[in-house]
Design a protein around this ligand. Structure first.
Ligand SMILES: N[C@@H](CCC(=O)N[C@@H](CS)C(=O)NCC(=O)O)C(=O)O
Length: 232
């Protein structure tokens, strides 16, 4: 029985930074699945599972191929209903969509301004021109202009994280009493920043920092073993 996840990597195959892949990996270990990952470069994605997807993560669970982190979490709840739920019911699926939108559309652009050039610099020789071309077309400027750095965007990140901070003042997890996909969505975004920046640049006494540490400890410290880039 193998559960294989195609997981984005840098020039160093151990450097796994994709927020979406982190969401999927946390969902898989949450279900207690024995996970194998295939280190995947951007320029390898087209060849995955006979062209099954244009983006990673892509899951192959004993022959069942599922692209997209959110779809993977939904699939896992359907396929493994006896294991701890990631979302569980339709209300939670709908709430997770909102959290996904917030993480991708509010936090994502702030984190991009912090690290996009650093991501580029971590990529393989083949990936770098692809990444530069596609991202510069998206942002309408050079990566060197788009990245203004961690410190310059920290106030914006802290402000954008306030909803999570307030929720975590009431509950141990964004999912309430236990971690759910709610948690893994935000965790994935902050892991992206942490792996590339080499550290989570939030204050030590921030409730989000404490929660992030709890996430790192989940499932035998699965995410704590992640390789980080050298901090600047
Ligand atoms: N909605 C997808 C988004 C996945 C995604 O955008 N992945 C990025 C890596 S972080 C990717 O593979 N991009 C392909 C590309 O830029 O060519 C998910 O949640 O899994």
């Amino acid at each position: 029985m193998t559960t294989l996840l195609y997981d984005l990597c840098g020039r160093d195959p151990e450097l796994r930074f994709s927020p979406y892949c982190w969401r999927a990996k946390m969902a898989l270990v949450h279900k207690g699945l024995e996970l194998e990952t295939a280190a995947t470069h951007y320029t390898d994605i087209a060849a995955i599972e006979n062209g099954a997807a244009k983006a990673v993560p892509v899951l192959n669970d004993n022959g069942r191929v599922v692209p997209d982190s959110f779809a993977i979490a939904r699939y896992l709840d359907e396929a493994y209903p006896d294991r701890p739920p990631l979302m569980g019911d339709e209300a939670m699926v709908a709430a997770c969509r909102l959290i996904e939108g917030w993480a991708n559309l509010t936090l994502g652009p702030i984190i991009m301004r912090m690290i996009v050039l650093r991501i580029h610099d971590q990529l393989s020789d083949a990936d770098r021109p692809y990444f530069r071309k596609t991202r510069e077309a998206r942002f309408g400027r050079k990566l060197e202009e788009h990245q203004t750095g961690v410190e310059a965007n920290l106030d914006a990140l802290n402000a954008a994280l306030q909803p999570a901070r307030l929720a975590l003042a009431e509950n141990t997890w964004l999912g309430g009493r236990a971690p759910r996909f709610t948690d893994y969505i935000l965790f994935g975004s902050l892991m992206w920043l942490t792996v590339i920046a080499g550290r989570l640049p939030l204050a030590a006494d921030d409730g989000v920092t404490a929660w992030f540490g709890r996430c790192l400890d989940l499932n035998g410290g699965f995410a704590r073993r992640a390789k980080l880039a050298k901090a600047a």
